[in-house]
Design a protein. Structure first.
Length: 402
């Protein structure tokens, strides 16, 4: 009888693998995910081989590896500068902004800034003149905002704002009129995307008793129909190696980064892997673009410098043995992908290296910039800065060689 049950179970597994490619098992009395997949051998815990795993919700498409040139990156050339976030008064300039968290640009090149402390979205024209303040400070009514952490423009008419305090995604039209909202209680970080069918994709965290995972989740616009699409191993931890939830993100720690490319395409990376994941939501596919990059070990001096800088925030946290491949990932209005490489923490003045890819993941070229970009749109780079009085501002720098 015992052998018969075992045979039935194995047969069921084989049938499901043939049709879906992946079988996921969750035991009722355990917080562990288990998997059996045609992409890796055997049955085991999700974190066993530290690889990415996909559920059947999306089909995975492998693409050829992309060789990245190792020659000197071409420096970006800037020809103009526009200051955004200041008002001219009789006695001089005053700052409008306090704590910036997100930037996007619409088809008319108007600039939208999420101000985390002022609970506002500010809209400026291309020349830096304030056009409107969107939303209002409040604890949950229509159009209310407390800590807007992320925004992006969809198509020509839609503005989406995620508020980390209210834990909701609000939908506005481009004039600032509130339309609707969705609760996202488990969103982690500021990464979110809405496709043409108004399905929501976002990053969340999955925890077990001794491990944690970054996860990519898809849900309906109302947030009720949720599906886990991919899971990325982050870290094992125990009583002696604690993870500080909600604290700073260690740049030598696995993390999922997002960029909106077009109404139905986005790209994400696990910063510890040399891979681009390009999602086509119209075909429910995830294309993997492996990059020809080598891991860079952390030097003893770099490790000591980083641990000293964050010794109060990172008690008992251990750095990885090598540095991540990416610091962040961006996309411009043409869907081109800009992968910003992480710098050595000892390098205070060196340029940022940025690898450029087509919307299909084809490597184009590498460039370098003395500024860390917050956004790249319509051949302009947007960076955070301060004015002479120390007030936060945004600078729009026109790029002539993109």
């Amino acid at each position: 009888m015992k052998n018969s049950r075992r045979f039935k179970f194995i047969l069921l597994v084989v049938i499901m693998v043939v049709f879906s490619g992946t079988l996921w098992l969750v035991y009722k009395n355990s917080t562990k995910f288990h998997f059996l997949t045609s992409f890796s051998s055997g049955v085991g815990q999700l974190s066993e081989n530290n690889k990415t795993h996909f559920l059947p919700g999306f089909r995975r498409i492998n693409q050829p590896s992309q060789s990245i040139r190792n020659d000197e990156p071409e420096p970006l050339i800037f020809s103009g500068e526009t200051i955004i976030g200041m008002e001219e008064k009789a006695k001089g300039s005053i700052g409008l902004l306090s704590c910036l968290r997100s930037i996007d640009v619409d088809n008319d090149k108007n600039i939208y800034l999420a101000d985390y402390k002022q609970s506002q979205i500010f809209k400026f024209d291309p020349g830096g003149t304030l056009l409107a303040s969107i939303g209002k400070e409040g604890a949950g009514g229509p159009g209310d905002s407390l800590q807007p952490a992320a925004l992006f423009i969809r198509d020509k008419h839609d503005l989406f704002v995620y508020d980390s305090q209210l834990q909701r995604l609000s939908f506005f039209d481009i004039s600032g009129k509130f339309n609707d909202c969705t609760k996202l209680f488990d969103l982690f970080g500021d990464w979110v995307f809405i496709d043409g069918k108004h399905r929501v994709f976002y990053r969340t965290m999955e925890y077990t008793t001794d491990e944690s995972f970054d996860a990519l989740v898809k849900t309906s616009k109302d947030g009720n129909k949720k599906e886990l699409l991919a899971s990325f191993f982050r870290k094992k931890f125990d009583q002696n190696k604690t993870i500080i939830a909600g604290g700073i993100i260690d740049p030598y720690f696995p993390s999922l980064y997002f960029a909106n490319m077009s109404p139905d395409h986005f790209v994400f990376v696990n910063n510890m892997e040399p891979i681009l994941y390009i999602v086509d939501t119209t075909k429910d596919t995830i294309a993997l673009v492996p990059l020809d990059l080598k891991p860079i070990p952390i030097s003893t001096e770099e490790k000591k410098a980083y641990e000293y800088s964050y010794k109060n925030q990172l008690q008992n946290m251990h750095l990885e043995s090598y540095r991540p491949y990416f610091y962040k990932i961006l996309a411009d209005n043409r869907g081109r992908i800009f992968a910003v490489r992480l710098k050595n923490c000892l390098d205070k003045v060196g340029d940022w290296k940025i690898d450029m890819f087509s919307p299909q993941g084809e490597y184009l070229r590498s460039v370098r910039s003395p500024y860390l970009p917050e956004a790249i749109k319509y051949d302009s780079m947007y960076i955070t800065a301060t004015d002479d009085a120390g007030e936060p501002i945004i600078k729009k720098l026109t790029i002539t060689n993109l």
